[in-house]
Design a protein around this ligand. Structure first.
Ligand SMILES: Nc1ncnc2c1ncn2[C@@H]1O[C@H](COP(=O)(O)OP(=O)(O)O)[C@@H](O)[C@H]1O
Ligand SMILES: [Mg+2]
Length: 278
């Protein structure tokens, strides 16, 4: 099977800043590739390369086996790569269904927005949402009235509806509470089950692990490896995310400083939580 996306030793510099170096991973149809890393790790740089916003200056990017460097986001969309950014580009006062069609570039699917009448627009939106299991009372309501999680879900349904092959989500759960994050992850899984290749960016190994098939770990622009799920446990993933050896040293220090074992346990837990929220 040819991967939807394959990067080999990909790299990118901004002037003298090396934002990304030597990153190799794959995105397959019906699978979720998670990209994990702290702030400044290079996650956004990587997805901007895949989305056609920036061009890589090292290594190779293959899309369905074809070596490529996207000149623009439009070109990436034409190859079926849809990206949902963290600050969703929605018009808050516009209705859900209008937003659903707004700038609906992704490749195949229904015709341009202008041939739709309002009723059809509402119906298509409702149907697309319900096919993803999203039940919105009223698609005429302003998108600004939706919760952050609901907006992410609508954006996921939109990419699926307009025929995206690859769906890139930049930290879709970062600003969400536990319950909403769970709902968004459910739709990530649905998109995967519909056969899309999903790239999920997150800080949180507990969000990544249940849905991920592969985990690309980035740290200060370098790859710490791309692991298949069978090759890395949630514990190891969490350890790597929390700084691995650095965290071990820190918790050792905390233990040494505090004689009470209860207190040191709580302190090192606190460090992990902070990373999660990040
Ligand atoms: N447009 C840019 N110009 C210069 N440096 C940048 C630019 N975008 C990102 N960087 C730098 O590249 C590194 C990786 O950033 P980024 O990809 O945004 O990381 P992440 O999304 O994981 O937080 C950081 O050191 C950041 O400061
Ligand atoms: Mg980022």
């Amino acid at each position: 099977m040819t991967s939807l996306i394959e990067t080999s030793g990909i790299g990118k510099t901004y002037g003298s800043v090396i934002a990304l170096r030597d990153v190799s991973t794959v995105v397959n149809a019906g699978e979720v590739t998670c990209v994990l890393g702290d702030n400044g790790a290079g996650k956004s740089t990587l997805i901007k390369i895949l989305a056609g916003v920036h061009q890589h200056d090292r290594g190779s990017l293959k899309v369905e086996g074809e070596e490529i460097s996207f000149a623009s986001p439009r070109e990436a969309l034409d190859h079926g790569i849809a990206t949902v950014y963290q600050d969703l580009a929605v018009v808050p006062l516009m209705s859900v269904w209008r937003n659903f069609f707004l700038g609906s570039e992704p490749t195949k699917g229904v015709g341009p927005f202008k041939v739709l009448d309002r009723r059809q627009g509402r119906e298509v939106t409702k149907k697309a949402l319900s096919e993803m299991g999203i039940d919105l009372r009223d698609v005429e309501q302003p998108v600004g009235t939706l919760s952050g999680g609901e907006r992410q879900c609508v954006a996921i349904a939109r990419a699926v509806h307009f025929g995206a092959k690859v769906l890139i989500l930049d930290e879709p759960t970062a600003a969400l509470g536990v319950k909403q994050a769970g709902v968004v992850l459910k739709y990530v899984a649905r998109a995967r089950d519909r056969g899309l290749g999903v790239v999920l960016i997150t800080h949180n190994p507990h969000h990544a692990y249940p849905v991920g098939d592969r985990f690309l770990l980035l740290k200060r622009g370098r790859s710490l490896g791309s692991y298949d799920k069978a090759d890395i446990s949630i514990e190891e993933l969490t350890r790597q995310m929390a700084g691995g050896a650095e965290l071990d040293a820190l918790s050792h220090e905390l233990r040494a400083a505090q004689v009470d074992p209860e207190a040191s346990g709580a302190a090192s837990d606190g460090v992990v939580d902070k990373e999660d929220v990040g």
